[in-house]
Each structure stands twice: as structure tokens, then as C-alpha cells.
Design a protein around this ligand. Sequence first.
Ligand SMILES: [Cu+2]
Length: 199
Amino acid sequence: MPRIPALIVVAAVLLPAVAAGQAKQPGAPMTKDAKIKNAMSAAPATLAAKATVMDWPAKEGDKPTELRAGSNGYTCFPDFPATEGNDPMCVDQPWLDFVNAMMTKAPPKVSSIGIGYMIAPGGAMGSNTDPYAEKATPTNEWGFDGPHLMLVVPNPDLVAGLPTKRQTGRPFVMWSSTPYAHVMVPITEWKAPSGAPKP
Ligand SMILES: [Cu+2]
């Protein structure tokens, strides 16, 4: 997951332009077409082609809005505007339920295994301990998450044997001590942008 800052309203003001695989530049907001293209870059083309594409809500408490209807049970979101980096995602229904729970700070109800794709080029900065962190602290394991798959499981005990620290070369559990624990599966060597704080 990218971090989900509590103040999504800030995102509406700072909405940067981003194309698939490019660093965000300050300036005009992404067009609807650019958002759809960016969102689709999160998953393999065959999957993304038939996925529903939703946009992040403009402010906290609002619901995501549909940019394009889909038919295969997957939902893609464009880059989250408030995060530093490029972090679009495509998720199945269990993962979408999990995202919606996070956005409303509700306990997630995971009924079956959920699979999410965040395989777009790039990646984004965030905390490995706090889903709502907006910047680095001495203890929140702030760092870079590159292209990855994500899993949620109904019973968190099932992932108890995995590392809980961020790893670039093997799976780990993100936000392990929160209700939003999920497995991160890196699919490339992660290289943080130069100048980024090290994990
Ligand atoms: Cu993710």
C-alpha cells in the first residue's frame, strides 16, 4: 500500500501531474485519460484492460469516483497524489474492501485471500509501521517501496512467520502491528530515488 494520509484534502490542493513511470512534477492535475493510463500501469495489461478504474476522493470522507467501468472484478486506482513517488494499484474485491476499510479507519473484514498489484515503474515513500504517517519519524520505518504484489489474508496468524521489517529482496509484512497488516512481495530490486531517506 501507499501510505494513506489522514488529510486527503491536502492532496486536492497539491495534485501533481504524473505520467506512468515518471516522477511527479508540480503543475496541472492529471487529466482523466492520464489518470486511467497511470492506474492501468499498476498491473499486467490484460488484467488492467478490463478493470474498473476509480479515482481517489478529493477529500477525506468522500467516496472514490469511477473514471471507467470494468468487467473482471479488479479495480485500479491512479497514483496517490499526496505520496512522494508513483504508486498506482490494481486490486481484487477482497483487497478493495481492505482499502475502503483503511480509508474510513474501520476494521478490515477479509473474507478470502486478496491480491493487489503495484508493479508500475517507480515506487513511493512511506512508513512500514503506520498506515497514516505523512513523514519520517525516528521509529516509523520511513522508506521506499518499489514495484510489488500485495496479499491480504483472512487470518493474520497465517503470515506470522514472515519478516516485519521492509526488505528489498524478499517478502515482508507491512504495518504488521496494525489491523492493516498485509504481505508485500517485491518483484524487482528496489532502488530508492537518490536523496531519499534510507529505510
Ligand atoms: Cu502496495
